[in-house]
Design a protein. Sequence first.
Lengths: 145, 145
Amino acid sequence: MNATAKPADESAAGKAATDAWLDEIAWDERGLVPAIAQEAFTNRVLMVAWMNREALRETVTTGQAVYWSRSRKRLWRKGEESGHQQRLREVRVDCDADVVLLKVDQVGGIACHTGRHNCFFRRLEDGRWVEIDPVLKSASEIYGK
Amino acid sequence: MNATAKPADESAAGKAATDAWLDEIAWDERGLVPAIAQEAFTNRVLMVAWMNREALRETVTTGQAVYWSRSRKRLWRKGEESGHQQRLREVRVDCDADVVLLKVDQVGGIACHTGRHNCFFRRLEDGRWVEIDPVLKSASEIYGK
């Protein structure tokens, strides 16, 4: 086997030692699972994003939430632009092993790119989606553009 | 137009009157979105399932959670066999409109088909998934088989 054919962390020995828990995840046909980020101290649901194997491994290794951006087709280290990282407290998986739940501390108290505490700021009221949670920080303040 | 070509609830007039909020959902290529069920009074995440348009409409109309079973390819009225219905308190949608969050009261205090309070009963501990939440009722008690 040509050792240069794979990145170091995918070597057979490394995989055997560390990745059994990743093999138990029921990755979908794209190699992804949905991941829910839940605020550890309030239990509020912050957001849902997608993870591939690398994202989940790096999340656990570094203790900071890392997702897979489907639009940008690359790892998305949450907070890399906004500073709004998510510090990992706990990782859970559901009965079918096809959804991951992260309990996190949300840096800055803002998880949504719209500057709100979380992404679920619209509630259905009389057949209409109504914005009920405030913008805490404008996009220009967060992203400086 | 042949009136028999579509089910009654998809008629143009009915759609215009009632379904604008459903059109705002970013259904995936299969016509589905993930739906998180969260226990209203504890904020604990109970489960994640999938919804199509009919499931979400019926959930809102009846006030009981209805999902789309991908394995059985039919509507799954949560609790239809177990009795563990989910009574709807609130529906939210996220910033991209591609995830739905239901706040519910969980009948029987059991959401998972394994007889546990919720489906996220395994936590990652030292590289292993460990079952940390108890079975409250056996499958034979729930399903009578």
